[in-house]
Structures are given as C-alpha cells and as structure tokens.
Write a new protein. Structure first.
Length: 199
C-alpha cells in the first residue's frame, strides 16, 4: 500500500464522513472523526459542545498553534489557553491513533498532525443543491435553515483549517484527490479512495 493514512476534508453536506466510513468498510482500516472530539472531551472533562464552539471560533495563526504545541511539551503548559489545549489534544490523539497502524481521519486538520509522505489527502465537495438536499434528508435540517447552516459550517471549517495550518481550505494544491460526491456518488468516491490505497 502506497499510503498508510487518509485525511479527508469536506464541505458540509457533501458526505465526507460517510465516505470515510465506506472506505473503512471496504479496506478494514479504522476511521476516526467525531471519535476524536469525544476522546478529547473525556480526557479534558469538557462537553463536546464546547469543543465544537472552539472549532467554530478558532482564529489563531499557525505560528501560535505551533507555539501552543511546544508549550504543551514543556513545564509551562498551563500558560496556554483552554482553546489551544483542545487543538493540541486533538493533534496528539490523531498521532496516537496513527501509531496504532493505518487509519482514516475526517477533519480536524489531521494532515498537519501526521505530516508524513504516507498521507493521502482528499477533499470532498458537491453542489449547493445536493448538499442542501442531503442536510434536509440525512440530518433532519428544515429546508429554510439548511442554506444558513451549510454556510456556517463551511465557514467554521475554512477558518479552523486556515488558523491551524496557515493554508487555504479549498486550495487544490493541498490535496491529492478532489472529489465531487454530488456527481460521482458516495460509493464511487469511496471506491476511488480505496483504489488509491491499493485496496
């Protein structure tokens, strides 16, 4: 297998999480997404909702994120904010999962945590109408609220990615594969990713 890890960034409603799960089913490689939030929540004894709030409002620069990580590895970790501790714990957990073997990670800037040639970077997107339709059908979002919620989540992910990597979320140069799930379908997207893994 050329790649050991898959990291998936995705637009809201594009089915990125579901595609990650499908790849996991096809390949037998574990997939981590919300599990990372839940593990950090348990370790830091804070609700997942607070972690989500931090992810939505993250505005730190990459330089500060690197500084926060260095502080966590020293005797002065208490000087960094709770929000930065959340990010650092997520990055640590991603590395811990990666040490256990091949893995698929959805969101949370996992690619920056791994920083490895063994990483296959994927971006999943789709047209607005397709994503709105999925939000209504899959997530139970009402039709009137769906466009607003979609825009809010996309903004959150864009800001979080930029704040913690110093890169543009939608820049194609950040990814090996960019897939339109609305046109291809989720099964085909999963098949393409699995094929890139040699599975």
């Amino acid at each position: 297998m050329k790649y050991k890890y898959v990291v998936i960034e995705r637009e809201y409603g594009s089915g990125g999480t579901e595609i990650g799960r499908l790849v996991s089913e096809r390949t037998g490689i574990p997939c981590y997404g919300r599990e990372i939030q839940q593990a950090v929540s348990k370790k830091m004894n804070i609700p997942v909702s607070e972690i989500e709030k931090y992810e939505e409002s993250a505005t730190n620069s990459l330089i500060y994120s690197l500084y926060a990580i260095s502080r966590m590895n020293s005797d002065t970790e208490s000087i960094i904010s709770r929000e930065d501790r959340i990010f650092v714990e997520q990055q640590r957990l991603i590395k811990e999962y990666a040490m256990q073997g091949a893995a698929i990670f959805v969101g949370r800037c996992a690619g920056s945590a791994l920083d490895s040639k063994d990483v296959l970077s994927v971006f999943i997107h789709a047209g607005k109408e397709y994503r709105i339709s999925r939000a209504i059908e899959e997530y139970g979002i009402d039709k009137a609220s769906a466009p607003y919620i979609m825009a809010r989540f996309d903004k959150k992910r864009r800001s979080y990615y930029s704040a913690n990597t110093g890169k543009k979320w939608t820049d194609r140069d950040n990814y090996h594969i960019i897939l339109d799930s609305g046109k291809l379908g989720m099964d085909a997207c999963a098949e393409i990713i699995s094929a890139a893994l040699g599975k």
